[in-house]
Design a protein around this ligand. Structure first.
Ligand SMILES: O=c1[nH]c(=O)c2[nH]c(=O)[nH]c2[nH]1
Length: 297
């Protein structure tokens, strides 16, 4: 007799925009947030699959409406607090729901500088970079939060090498002492479990500052390190984030190595374009290296 061994369901791609108006300034200063929310619930819901028993189904439309109402009635920033508040609501409200997973992708609307001053209500999309949050409310355990950064595209035109790797009859890559290093940063930091929503509320000041710090560490080590490998540079980033935020237990990075190949142009009038003369390169869309790590305290 087959049985349901894992099930969760909910609403994905709930798009929300919220404006916060500070009317103490003239004109009022607006701050805007845009995010995509996913809500997935787990619990005693097997019979909805096996017996068409919808009495255990909280409609996915209800999850969406709840998300809108919570966005109206609560701050949406930091997303860690919003996600935890929403996730805890589902576990508290529906007795048969034991875990709620809320994930949030926050887009960047950065304030425009106009005539040398920050504009009160005009913004620009500052790159593809996203701020991520996964908040899981787990009955009897607490709230687990992973915060992160995704799609932060970076490149350095020198200060990176790769040497000393295994050489055998399958190896063609030369020892490389100066190369282009480019990656799309996908990084995350898991917080020590919060026993209750009140503990997330107490930590509210930590979330934005840790996000900024993780970004600053990523930029600084990427730029300043004479990188001997993606592996070593990402490990140092993890170490620094763990040192900077005692409430973080694990840090992970997932870095594609986006290759830029030299091209030999000597066939054209002996043009020198390799080694120290390389100026024109060919960006590779695929394949790419893919280097992952999780570093725990
Ligand atoms: O930083 C790197 N790590 C690798 O594991 C690797 N492998 C490779 O071909 N180039 C690189 N670069």
């Amino acid at each position: 007799m087959p049985s349901v061994t894992a099930a969760r369901y909910g609403k994905d791609n709930i798009r929300i925009y919220k404006v916060v108006r500070d009317t103490t300034t003239t004109p009022p200063t607006h701050t805007v947030y845009e995010m995509i929310v996913c809500v997935l619930l787990e619990g005693d819901i097997e019979t909805s699959y096996t017996q068409a028993d919808n009495s255990v189904v909280v409609a996915t439309d209800t999850m969406k409406q709840t998300t809108y109402i919570f966005a109206k009635e609560h701050p949406v920033n930091p997303p860690e607090l919003f996600g935890a508040t929403l996730a805890q609501h589902f576990v508290d409200t529906y007795k048969h729901i034991h875990t709620a997973h809320v994930s949030i992708i926050q887009h960047r609307w950065s304030r425009m500088e106009v005539n040398g001053a920050p504009h009160p209500h005009s913004f620009y999309r500052d790159g593809a970079e996203k701020r991520l949050v996964n908040a899981d409310a787990i009955e009897g355990k607490g709230i687990e939060i992973r915060s992160g950064i995704a799609e932060l595209l970076v490149l350095k035109s020198t200060g990176s090498m790769v040497t000393g790797f295994v050489r055998d009859e399958y190896t063609v890559l030369p020892e490389t002492y100066d190369r282009i290093l480019s990656t799309s940063v996908d990084a995350g930091w898991k917080w020590a479990i919060f026993p209750a929503l009140t503990d997330v509320q107490k930590a509210v000041d930590q979330f934005d500052s840790t996000h900024s710090k993780a970004r600053e560490i990523t930029f600084r080590l990427f730029a300043v390190e004479e990188s001997p490998s993606v592996q070593n540079t990402m490990y140092k980033m993890c170490e620094e984030i763990l040192a900077a935020q005692p409430m973080v237990r694990d840090v992970d990075y997932n870095l594609p190595n986006k290759h830029y190949f030299e091209i030999d142009l000597s066939w054209h009038k002996g043009l020198k374009n390799t080694g120290k003369d390389a100026e024109v390169y060919v960006p590779q869309s695929d394949p790419n290296g893919l280097i992952k790590v999780t570093v725990s305290r």
